[in-house]
Design a protein around this ligand. Structure first.
Ligand SMILES: NC(=O)c1ccc[n+]([C@@H]2O[C@H](COP(=O)([O-])OP(=O)(O)OC[C@H]3O[C@@H](n4cnc5c(N)ncnc54)[C@H](O)[C@@H]3O)[C@@H](O)[C@H]2O)c1
Ligand SMILES: O=C(O)C[C@H](O)C(=O)O
Length: 308
């Protein structure tokens, strides 16, 4: 199983590291535009192999896509991250051009590839990848909900004063400060609804903290986060590589599902060897449906900037 990761920066390198540590891929190719950078990151990571006990071979290249030929899965993390005070949507001007060129290059050398889009604004970049490659919808996956759900569980565990392994929860909707829809109604501690333990106010606080999870870290770090994003991507890659049929909220092209059309947005999907093998439609309340509609309107407004 060959995996390419484009962008050897914070998220790309973290993602490559988690993939290698989990030791399910034979090969990871890192690609960057900065001369020598991907080669350097690959060498540094390979020097952790004997320490961390993995056999995955990691190599790096400065923009030579022939080295990515025959990739089963490719992750796109190339692009600029936001700085404190910015929104993800403000990155579109620079990142759209990068994601377009990178997607074209990847598909040219690996026509059967499954793409995982990470660069922000992620839902719009996933939609753009569809437009430029024309790949079937099961083979283009946007990563956002897996990360947002991990942050939701972190905040739930904090509020419940419970170990994280005790809690479960999911975030759907757009991967943006305003567009996320954490499903607090369905959050649980060991199958018991979180609302049995937490007041409505406390659950709302969990919801609000989750939605600004990325912005909170960006303020602390001066750039956006990478450990949890890298881990979340590696989870999606593993689910596909190992045909796990695992459920994650991912950004996918909707054609009527959830009453939405012609956009990519986060909904639960099953991931296996074919990429997105099923979009899971769960029954939402009227309030949750309204939030999804609002979130979709935000994503569509950003998509509209692609043509501008
Ligand atoms: N979807 C998510 O949940 C999520 C999570 C974290 C970060 N992100 C996004 O991922 C992107 C990367 O974040 P980061 O922190 O790793 O940034 P970074 O600056 O550390 O790394 C980005 C890398 O991309 C490279 N790059 C730029 N143009 C390229 C091109 N044309 N081809 C190949 N490489 C190119 C840069 O040289 C750099 O090394 C940002 O857009 C960020 O907003 C998304
Ligand atoms: O917050 C960001 O800009 C990066 C990423 O989307 C995240 O949620 O960590």
């Amino acid at each position: 199983m060959k995996v390419t990761v484009v962008g050897a920066g914070a998220v790309g390198a973290s993602c490559a590291e988690y993939i290698a540590i989990k030791d399910f891929a034979s090969e990871v190719v890192l690609v960057d535009i900065k001369e020598g950078y991907a080669e350097g990151k690959a060498m540094d990571l390979m020097q952790t192999a004997s320490l961390n006990g993995f056999d995955t071979k990691i190599t790096g290249t400065t923009g030579d896509y022939t080295k990515t030929a025959g990739s089963h899965i490719a992750v796109i993390t190339s692009g600029i991250p936001r700085k404190p005070g910015m929104t993800r949507e403000e990155l579109i001007g620079i990142n759209a051009g990068i994601v377009k060129t990178v997607s074209e290059n990847l598909v040219k050398h690996s026509p059967d590839v499954i793409l995982i889009v990470v660069s922000n604004p992620m839902d719009t970049m996933t939609y753009l990848a569809h437009k430029v490659t024309g790949l079937p919808k099961n083979r283009i996956i946007g990563m956002g909900g897996a990360l947002d759900s991990a942050r939701f569980k972190y905040r739930l565990a904090e509020a419940l004063e419970a170990p994280i392994s005790d809690v479960d929860g999911m975030v759907i909707g757009g991967h943006s400060d305003k567009g996320m829809v954490p499903l607090t109604r369905l959050a649980t501690r060991n199958s018991v609804l979180a609302s049995e333990f937490l007041s409505e106010d406390r659950l709302n606080q969990v919801l609000e903290d989750t939605k600004v999870g990325g912005a909170t870290l960006t303020k602390l770090l001066g750039t956006s986060a990478w450990y949890a994003p890298g881990a979340a991507v590696s989870g999606l890659v593993q689910a596909i590589a190992c045909d796990q049929k695992k459920m994650f909220p991912c950004s996918t092209l909707l054609e009527g599902e959830y009453g939405l059309n012609d956009l990519c947005i986060g909904v639960p999907v099953l991931l296996g060897k074919n990429g997105i093998e099923k979009i899971v439609e769960i029954e939402l309340t009227d309030a949750e449906k309204a939030k999804m509609q609002e979130s979709a309107a935000g994503v569509k407004a950003t998509n509209g900037l692609l043509d501008a």
